[in-house]
Ligand binder design. Sequence first.
Ligand SMILES: [Zn+2]
Length: 214
Amino acid sequence: MRGAPDGPEWAEPVQHRVMTRCLNCGAERDTDVCEACGLNSARAELSLRSKLLNRTAVFLLGAVALVTASERYPALDLDGILIFTGALFFPALCLAIWVERRALRHQEVEVLKRIYYGLIPIPWLLAALLLANGAFDTGPGHVVETRVVGKFVMRGPLPNRRLVVASWREGHTFERILVSSEDFDDFRRGDRIVVQVEDGLAGIPWVGGVRHPN
Ligand SMILES: [Zn+2]
């Protein structure tokens, strides 16, 4: 069909937009209607935006799953995990917004889109790792006795309560242990505290519980 020399219908000005790849399927295109998926540029843009929205919802749910998993089996190095998640989360959302903006302007999005889609499973994988690390941990773990040196509450959409205790690990000064509100209220600064430390199936140590010494 392309390159047909005559045929007045091809002489009519089509609404042609400069675009090298289809926003829907990523196929290279030089006409308004993609030969690979049959969508014109307007419908391809709609399709891309709805996919972006759906995958962003999957990504956000993954972040919620990760936070839930980290509360269920709180890793000793939870802060590192949360910092990593935050460092991934905000640039990923910015990337999604950037892809959408570029799509609105009918600019090339294929590479950015693939990077974004590649980031989406990461919170789910981390959540699965933390869940498996705790749920399938059959090791005996061990108890350590230490002292509460501080307490703090992080409020906001994902509130969490921490008991700051003197660390028993080499190279660490404090541990910020995630606890329930009951445990949080039960301990005061200066109290002795017994921490049940589990080794973790994947070698990520986590806290099985806290109690007062007998
Ligand atoms: Zn297409």
